[in-house]
Design a protein around this ligand. Structure first.
Ligand SMILES: [Zn+2]
Length: 449
């Protein structure tokens, strides 16, 4: 097989925070065999592919540690958990995985999915049936009464066949973890936040500390990583003390949580993109506005930024997640916005944000030690950019700056087929976003006596 020789002006290899100039990458069979000064690079052999990336900037492919392939750009909880068959979801997930890759995300973690969707997408990509990013697959989120995903009335439960598995005992939780491990997940996702609050506003965790530890121990025993959704202090604390590998959000944690996360060596992925997009993009007719959800997102980002800055200062490793898969975070669109938010909200340097979105994120992937940096022996997953994200981190959100995306030494097709957003879910039950009393329609100028 012929080798790829790529020369570039600037290389950010993510082994450190400093870029290097006049560098060459050589990849054979998808793996880097030389990374270093062009002057000392091995000479290409006959038949090798030579790419002169000229003035361009080369960095490792992005790792988005929080993409929900099953959600289908959901507009509501019903979209997430009721409408649309597993079969259609799998096809849709495969299609959207390609949009994710074309956005420069060469690896993604899918924490919380329906059935065997992300397992199947991962396997189909690995088998060479379709193009797509590397996938860390999970299955249904393990949820408890009054935790995230238990959003329907008790008599409905959490519909078993979609994105959550409602467990009501320790033995059910352990059995579900064993089933998911058997089915081939890379990680188990636990919904740690409850919906109940104490009079002081703090969120009651959905599982006890003991229950959490038992679940995490079993997942680890079976070789799976564990990720958790945790906004609240108690949820973060229990997760960290149980040794959860990847903690999302943590907006309402405190310094005890930071200490516990440090001790556990957990990675933190605040995933600010979802609330920030909700704050910035929602229109007056969106229920997120009328219900006050967008205002809650704004407050959460303010409160969260302060404690997350302290977590960064304490040395907790940060990764980048977008929560793609909602209508406010469509696939392939906002994966790189988290880097901008790390810089703007948490004071990361652009180089630190790149490090988070590559080096640290790769640790959440299967075979993560072969990903995330550009060094000899690692997978040749990288981006060729027109311009430096070290000068402007927002450049990664500008598709016109992507000159090429390589996965395993192969250039990815960056043109993506358009799709009809009205047909990606069976239907949405939401018909009205206002209450049409006579006063209201008079106010709207649509009715007079
Ligand atoms: Zn999520």
């Amino acid at each position: 097989m012929s080798a790829l020789h790529l020369h570039c002006k600037t290389l950010f290899d993510s082994t450190s925070l400093s870029p290097r100039t006049q560098q060459t990458l050589v990849a054979e069979h998808g793996v880097l065999t030389y990374v270093g000064p062009t002057a000392q690079a091995p000479a290409p052999r006959a038949g090798d592919t030579r790419v002169d990336a000229g003035e361009h900037f080369v960095m490792p492919g992005l790792v988005d540690v929080h993409t929900h392939l099953a959600f289908g750009n959901a507009q509501s909880e019903e979209d997430i958990d009721i409408w649309t068959s597993d079969e259609f979801r799998a096809l849709r997930g495969m299609f959207f995985a390609q949009h994710v890759l074309a956005a420069g995300v060469t690896s993604m973690v899918c924490p919380g999915d329906s059935g065997q969707l992300s397992i199947s997408v991962r396997n189909a990509i690995n088998a060479g049936l379709f193009d797509g990013p590397r996938v860390a697959a999970s299955s249904r989120v393990i949820t408890n009464r009054q935790s995230l995903n238990d959003w329907f009335p008790s008599r409905v439960g959490a519909p078993e066949y979609f994105t959550a598995r409602l467990v009501t005992s320790r033995s059910e939780a352990i059995a579900e973890i064993r089933t998911q491990a058997k089915d081939g997940v890379d990680l188990i996702k636990i919904a740690m936040d409850g919906t109940h609050r104490r009079p002081d506003g703090s969120i009651v965790a959905a599982f006890t500390a003991d229950e959490t530890r038992e679940m995490v121990d079993e997942a680890h025993r079976l070789g799976c990583k564990v990720a958790t959704h945790a906004y609240g202090r108690e949820a973060v604390l229990y997760a960290a003390k149980a040794g959860v590998d990847l903690v999302f959000h943590a907006f309402y944690m405190d310094d005890d949580c930071i200490e516990a996360l440090l001790q556990a060596g957990s990675i933190l992925a605040p995933t600010m993109t979802f609330p920030q997009n909700t704050v910035d993009f929602c229109q007056p007719h969106d229920p997120a506005i009328s219900t006050g959800y967008a205002a809650y997102c704004a407050r959460t980002l303010e409160v969260g930024s302060a404690v997350l800055k302290r977590a960064k200062a304490a040395g907790i490793p940060f990764a980048c997640g977008s929560d793609s898969g909602f209508a406010v975070t469509p696939y392939g669109e906002w994966h790189a916005r988290e880097l901008e938010l790390l810089v703007k909200r948490l004071g990361f340097t652009p180089a630190e944000a790149l490090f988070a979105a590559t080096h640290v994120g790769a640790r959440c992937m299967p075979k993560g030690d072969t990903l995330g940096t550009l060094e000899v022996g690692k997978q040749a997953d990288f981006l060729v950019l027109d311009g430096s994200p070290l000068d402007d981190i927002r450049l990664l959100q500008d598709r016109s700056r992507f000159k090429a995306v390589y996965k395993a030494g192969q250039a990815v097709n960056l043109t993506r087929s358009p799709y009809n957003p009205k047909q990606v879910s069976d239907f949405n039950s939401l018909k009205w976003t206002d209450l049409y009393t006579r006063d209201r329609v008079t106010q709207l100028g649509k009715w007079t006596v």
